[in-house]
Design a protein around this ligand. Structure first.
Ligand SMILES: Nc1ncnc2c1ncn2[C@@H]1O[C@H](COP(=O)(O)OP(=O)(O)O)[C@@H](O)[C@H]1O
Ligand SMILES: [Mg+2]
Length: 503
């Protein structure tokens, strides 16, 4: 049964009958306008701001939007700059080029073969074949597991100090057989060519002339590091990110500048969330809480590039900078209504000017179409949880009744269903847990009713027990405590007006 086409709950036996849409945006219930705008934002690459209370699907819409984007097309790398190591350069490669390079690398990697397939003397020199018995074993074992003699070709017979030297020789064998590369020649089509054999764990890597040339060529190009790989998540969550997480950094190097111990500056560059979101979505929940960092987000949005530099002035990374690192993302921000004024105003006008804003719904009318959507929601929550059984039709009806009650209590909406669905999800899970604990294979009405009792907030429980929230406060606090508790003030309209609380 497909809620998008509509159905009557009478047709439903359990939530197992309800289709869960494959389209991630199709799973968002009751936010038609938000979903419509998210589709446009994805197709047209527009910024997007979702405003509304928690648990109504803002994060869900943001993530679903990112899944509607084509996969990222560009890989970002930093390249060592031999003229000025503290100014590494950025390199951007398109998908096709990256794939081509990977194929080329394969060519330069040589072929892996069984040690038994290489010439005997090569297998011995690389430490795979025992010179005494011809048994093959990995080069990490210096002593042949078959004849228990040292594998290497070291002979100490005839040496007058053989007995004394044995220990020393055995120690050197490790090094002799520690040779991990042997160069020989072979005749191919009447021509002599160089072949290199290299240890590669249990196998041996063979590189012919062609592979060797490739490798030499590749070693000539500057060393580089992939900052933002091609295969990445198109959804980057930057909620509550610190400056370095958001904008990137250059790590400190305690051995900075030391030619052997130090690491090159380009190796210490790390991408920020804004760069990782290149080609995808940068999602910032509670956007106003970023405070002054919002200004950098704005710059990044305008320029679509943002330099990477060391953000700690005491660190050796502070002198390193990579200019022009791409960060072409779709900003999806979320915030609640009260915090809207604290979004940096030029950032806000940027979103309005080249994107969309939506105030999410907190309720939807109670009608047949929306009841079917609630059934879809219940089915989704159960499927996502994975540990609880399907719900019966009667249980779904009970959940709908509870969502009617909540629409009335929380949003003063009559004949409506709540869309504060995070908490409804919690209710479904507790009901499911009760069913599981009792060994019952379906979530039934009774489980829902009991879960409703359990799921009540602490405030509701206080109201029940003491008649009112204020009564509970009075019972729990002496007058003296009231005037010192720091938490106390949050419950006041006016701290000077002692004794009146917001319930
Ligand atoms: N509109 C909705 N449709 C379907 N499920 C929802 C919806 N809103 C919330 N949920 C459920 O609640 C969870 C939390 O919602 P979320 O998107 O994080 O809310 P918000 O970001 O608005 O606080 C979701 O993962 C989903 O299980
Ligand atoms: Mg959220």
């Amino acid at each position: 049964m497909d809620a998008q086409r509509g159905f009557s709950l009478d047709e439903l036996e359990t939530t197992g009958d309800v289709l869960i849409p494959a389209d991630p945006l199709g799973r968002v219930v009751g936010q038609e306008e938000g979903v419509r705008l998210a589709r446009i934002a994805a197709t047209q690459r527009r910024h997007f701001l979702l405003v509304g209370p928690p648990g109504t699907g803002k994060s869900m819409i943001a993530q679903a939007l990112s899944l509607h984007l084509p996969p990222p097309e560009e890989e970002i790398r930093v390249v060592h700059n031999p003229e000025n190591p503290e100014r590494p350069m950025v390199e951007v490669r398109r998908r096709e080029a990256v794939i081509e390079e990977v194929a080329e690398m394969k060519g330069a990697e040589g072929e892996l073969i069984d040690p038994k397939d290489v010439p005997i003397n090569v297998a011995e020199r690389l430490g795979y074949r025992c010179v005494h018995c011809g048994h093959y074993s990995p080069p990490s074992e210096a002593v042949c597991p078959k004849c228990t003699q040292a594998k290497g070709a070291v002979q100490n017979v005839g040496n007058p100090f053989g007995d004394l030297l044995a220990g020393i020789f055995e120690a050197t064998i490790g090094q002799l057989s520690g040779k991990d590369r042997v160069t020989t020649t072979r005749k191919q089509f009447g021509k002599e060519e160089v072949v290199v054999f290299e240890r590669a764990g249990d196998l041996i890597k063979v590189m012919d002339q062609k592979a060797l040339e490739k490798r030499r060529e590749m070693e000539k190009v500057s060393p580089r590091k992939v900052l933002v790989p091609l295969d990445r998540n198109p959804f980057i969550l930057a909620t509550g990110a610190s400056e370095t997480e958001l904008l990137g950094d250059v790590k400190h190097d305690p051995y900075g500048g030391h030619p052997q111990l130090g690491t090159e500056p380009y190796e210490r560059v790390v991408a920020g969330a804004i760069h990782e979101a290149h080609g995808g979505v940068l999602f910032i929940d509670e956007l106003p809480q970023l405070g002054p960092l919002q200004r950098h987000i704005l710059t990044a949005m305008q320029e679509k590039r943002f330099p990477l530099s060391g953000r700690n002035p005491q660190s050796a990374g502070a002198s390193v900078r990579v200019d022009g690192v791409p960060c072409d993302f779709i900003l999806v921000g979320a915030c609640n209504i009260q915090d809207l004024p604290y979004i940096l105003s030029p950032l806000r006008s940027r979103i309005v000017g080249s994107g969309y804003e939506v105030l999410v719904e907190t309720t939807m009318p109670d009608n047949e179409a929306n009841r079917a959507k609630m059934a879809q929601f219940v089915a989704q929550e159960i499927a996502m949880d994975g540990r609880i059984p399907p719900a019966t039709r009667e249980a779904v009806v009970a959940i709908i009744e509870e969502s009617r009650r909540r629409a009335r209590d929380l949003d003063k909406a009559e004949d409506s269903l709540t869309l504060r669905l995070r908490e409804m999800g919690g209710l479904i899970r507790s009901a499911g847990d009760i069913a599981v604990m009792e060994g019952i294979e379906l979530i039934e009405v009774d489980h829902i009713k009991r879960a409703v009792k359990v799921a009540r907030t602490a405030e509701e429980q206080i109201k029940d027990r003491y008649g009112s929230y204020e009564g509970g406060m009075g019972a729990d606090m002496t007058r003296a405590q009231r005037s010192v508790s720091p938490y106390h003030y949050w419950n006041y309209h006016d701290p000077a007006d002692e004794g009146r609380y917001i319930g």
